[in-house]
Design a protein around this ligand. Structure first.
Ligand SMILES: Cc1cc2nc3c(=O)[nH]c(=O)nc-3n(C[C@H](O)[C@H](O)[C@H](O)COP(=O)(O)OP(=O)(O)OC[C@H]3O[C@@H](n4cnc5c(N)ncnc54)[C@H](O)[C@@H]3O)c2cc1C
Length: 458
């Protein structure tokens, strides 16, 4: 049987998942090469350790989304298939000033009846607009339902009658959005609100660190993994195959493939030269369609003990600082650890603006942002780490309008039906989304290899 050479650009979750699904579907007749620019696989799933204590924290993706309350969840199934155990995650508390608001009763006590009524009304509208099934299906339909097409999410939040309720909502979802309500769609804004509801989805993390997912994937993929190889261009070779040029430590190499999968975040695409006018224009159009960059910034601090647990016991809570910031109890991932680890996740404009500050400045800013009733924790400070992720995520995944699935994954089908893209930005900016994307391309590519096993470029 004919063997097919597949080149995958990017060794993050998208590239690894594509390779994993290809191996499962077409193991015996596919050879895979993965180009990864950095010296590690895993991309933005990165579980780190502090220098002064054996305590872990997530520097990138923090939580996984489990849609099994609605239907089969492929990411949840994959995690089980990889033999990984999980911890459920959750967090209902929003800190407004010095008050912990964990439910609508707390909001009424703090801001009165009008705030509660406005939130009840917003919640009703959100659920009426998108049921759990519609949320589940929203990324996958060939012709997705366009919700409030052409409107930005601030047109909805701006209609919330009560200013305190509006503030409560914005603080609650800002971190997840990674952008401002005025820069994302109504559908994406609503999804980021509804994900806090257990009838839509549940949250979990991998016990011992999310990076075990890429590690376990990498162990199972037989591929030629080229670490430290930055791809610079993709074009057509004189043999009619796709040629990938990469550089490593100043030297450059060309490799030829029957198929190439570009598994890079949208913001990386302009760094590659796509050769030939037709391909270059198609890739530029593709990039522009999804060009809604969003930002994250993490400050993670190790404390001698989890001093907040007397008041706040869940895996994360929201803080009304930095336009709304999520504070993860990173130490809840390792319940047996004596230490306390708090991770500030700044999103959107606040993350971009603050990213130019030094690590030391950011660490004091984070400590200063704690409400008065947690300030005593500063005395327990041991060590801190900063991770900047500006331009790294997408604030309006799927683009406007959402395109059919084939078109999303094959930017130039006429002369380059052998070139695919995989990314979370094509779906919902999450690991669930990048898995769906990788699965779609792996199935498509496998079908092509079977269909053309005798005729295609032999
Ligand atoms: C702070 C933060 C928090 C997040 N939280 C969550 C969360 O809680 N839940 C969730 O589901 N998702 C979360 N995400 C999103 C999640 O991390 C992404 O969905 C996922 O990492 C996308 O995978 P990817 O492979 O497409 O991209 P990446 O993870 O970015 O991997 C791309 C890889 O390509 C490599 N590369 C780049 N250029 C080249 C080149 N020219 N040649 C070769 N290799 C190259 C990079 O080095 C990288 O390894 C978060 C992201 C961030 C930044």
């Amino acid at each position: 049987m004919r063997r097919w050479n597949v080149g995958i650009i990017g060794g993050g979750p998208g590239g690894l998942l594509t390779a994993y699904f290809l191996r499962k579907a077409a193991d015996s007749f596919i050879e895979i090469t993965i180009f990864e620019a950095s010296d590690r696989l895993g991309g933005k799933i990165e579980t780190c350790r502090f220098d002064s204590a054996d305590a872990i924290y997530e520097a990138g993706a923090a939580e996984l989304y489990d849609y099994s309350p609605v239907d089969e969840d492929p990411l949840r199934q994959l995690v089980a298939e990889l033999g990984l155990s999980i911890h459920p995650m959750g967090g209902s508390a929003v800190i407004l000033g010095e008050k912990v608001v964990a439910n609508l009763d707390d909001l009424r006590d703090l801001n009165g009846r009008p705030a509660t009524d406005a939130m009840i009304e917003f919640d009703r509208c959100a659920r009426d607009t998108m049921s759990p099934r519609e949320f589940f299906d929203s990324d996958h339909l060939e012709t997705p339902r366009q919700i409030h097409s052409g409107q930005w999410f601030d047109s909805i939040t701006g209609n919330i009658a009560d200013a305190n309720a509006r503030r409560y909502l914005e603080v609650m979802i800002h971190s997840d959005l990674a952008t401002e309500p005025a820069k994302t769609s109504v559908a994406y804004g609503l999804q980021n609100y509804l994900m806090n509801d257990g009838t839509y989805m549940r949250l979990y993390c991998v016990a011992g660190g999310n990076e075990q997912i890429p590690r376990e994937l990498a162990r199972r993929i037989q591929a030629n993994v080229l670490l430290g190889h930055q791809v610079t261009s993709v074009g057509r070779s004189k043999h009619g195959k796709l040629r990938v040029n990469s550089t490593q430590a100043g030297s450059s190499r060309d490799d030829e493939f029957d198929f190439v999968v570009v598994a890079l975040p949208n913001n990386y695409l302009p760094n590659l030269r796509f050769e030939g006018q037709r391909l270059a224009e198609a890739m530029a159009r593709h990039h522009a369609h999804y060009d809604y960059p969003a930002h994250y910034l993490r400050v993670t601090i190790l404390f001698r003990e989890p001093f907040w647990r007397g008041v706040l016991t869940e895996s994360y809570f929201m803080l009304d600082q930095f336009d709304g910031c999520c504070l993860y109890d990173e130490s809840s991932r390792e319940p047996e650890s004596p230490h306390g680890v708090l991770g500030w996740l700044l999103g959107g404009a606040a993350a971009l603006e603050k990213s130019v500050m030094s690590d030391a400045e950011l660490i004091s800013l984070a400590l200063d942002s704690l409400p008065e009733f947690l300030r005593h924790g500063r005395e327990l400070f041991l060590e801190a780490k900063v991770h900047r992720w500006v331009w790294a995520v997408n604030g309006l995944p799927g683009g406007v309008p959402q395109l059919p699935l084939d078109k999303r994954h094959q930017p130039e089908p006429i002369d380059h039906p052998d070139l695919f893209v995989v990314g979370d930005y094509l779906f919902d900016s999450t690991l669930n989304g990048v898995l769906d994307s990788a699965d779609y391309v792996a199935n498509w590519l496998t079908a092509l290899t079977v269909e053309h096993s005798d005729s295609w470029k032999t």
